[in-house]
Design a protein around this ligand. Structure first.
Ligand code: NAD
Length: 324
């Protein structure tokens, strides 16, 4: 168990009422996050549309369920880690296109006082819509999207970017500290999502820029590994060069070195870039670099939507994608 567990008991003792967690959405991120909560001593009941994902969690000590409604029976806290806004609205409001709570929505079935933590990356407007419906029912809710990738989810070192009131934030914090290392309170409901898409727009720009620079060097006779090391120690250094190099074989344990599998799928980066562009349009912010990254991911997403987003390397050098 990683080191942070030593401080968990202090945090959790102040919230002894929040012991039972329903965790919905056990994909690349949700699976390891739920596992860390089990290892942190919480009683976790899980639900995912994929039975295989549920069974994997059962092996760690989580209880499985057959529906979101069954998962939340006895839950003090509900955590969701779903692909996009339509899934979040479908679970909480009862319909992917809902503009208000319907009888099928999970919010209709939760006792007042239940705390909801939605860690999915979705539009701030959707987060605010779900939050308003939850607060109408006497529920507490935060949006808490994450940064740090699957490695951060596994190691329990994610960054959580929270939107919500202080009471819900403070109540959620002990659980977020089990799954993450840096916990930020960005503002009221929806603010976590705004901060998250600013970050991911920058990440999309950095990843495409890094792939472009590596390809320029390779096309001019440089070794990709040597060039990466030079840029890592120079002013072009950035997070993708440090821990997520897009060129195969430069770093171990990154998606590029395992056929661009696992990690953060292109379809999620594509979604996040479009969320950023929509937010920019709504607010009149200029985003020329974000627009360019979005254009590149638009084309790439048509063929490689289920590959890691670092596979954008293949736009510049298609040889890296020949076996995937
Ligand atoms: P994923 O596609 O691997 O997992 C999503 C899971 O949700 C799947 O297991 C799917 O079966 C399940 N699901 C879908 N609809 C459901 C429903 N109605 N009920 C129950 N389960 C349902 O996605 P992921 O990579 O885990 O990402 C989840 C979220 O986290 C996304 O919003 C993504 O943008 C964000 N995110 C991902 C990463 C990353 O590195 N993968 C990093 C930061 C943020």
């Amino acid at each position: 168990m990683h080191q942070k567990n030593t401080s968990r008991s202090d945090d959790m003792s102040s919230n002894t009422n929040d012991r039972n967690i329903a965790f919905i959405g056990l994909g690349n991120m949700g699976g390891p996050m739920a596992k860390n909560l089990v290892e942190g001593g919480y009683n976790v009941t899980v639900f995912d549309l994929s039975d295989a994902a549920q069974q994997q969690l059962a092996q760690t000590g989580a209880k499985t369920s057959t529906s979101p409604k069954e998962a939340v029976e006895n839950a003090d806290v509900v955590i969701t880690m779903l692909p996009a806004g339509k899934h979040v609205k479908s679970v909480y409001l009862g319909d992917a296109d809902a503009t208000e709570l319907t009888a099928d929505g999970l919010l209709s079935h939760l006792p007042s006082g239940t705390l909801i933590i939605d860690s999915s990356t979705i539009a701030a407007a959707d987060a605010r819509l779900v939050a308003a419906a939850a607060q109408d029912k006497g529920l507490e809710i935060i949006d808490a999207p994450v940064s740090g990738g699957t490695a951060g989810a596994e190691a329990g070192t994610l960054t959580f970017i929270v939107g919500g009131n202080a009471s819900a934030y403070n109540r959620a914090k002990p659980m977020l500290q089990v799954m993450g290392k840096n916990i930020f309170h960005a503002g009221d409901n929806g603010a976590g999502q705004v901060a998250k898409i600013c970050n991911n727009m920058l990440l999309g720009i950095l990843m495409t820029g890094t792939a472009e620079a590596i390809n320029l060097g390779v096309k001019n006779g440089l070794d990709a590994g040597v060039l990466s090391e030079i840029m890592l120690q120079s002013s072009g250094c950035n997070w993708t060069l440090e821990v997520y190099n897009p060129y195969p074989g430069i770093q171990e344990k990154v998606p590029a070195s395992r056929g661009y599998t696992g990690g953060f799928m292109t379809q999620h980066m594509h979604k996040d870039l479009h969320l950023a562009l929509q937010t920019a349009e709504d607010s009149g912010a200029k985003v020329p670099m974000g627009t360019q990254a979005t254009n590149l991911y638009d084309g790439h997403n048509e063929q490689y939507n289920d590959k890691d987003f670092s596979s954008i390397m293949g736009y510049f050098d298609d040889s890296v994608l020949k076996d995937v």
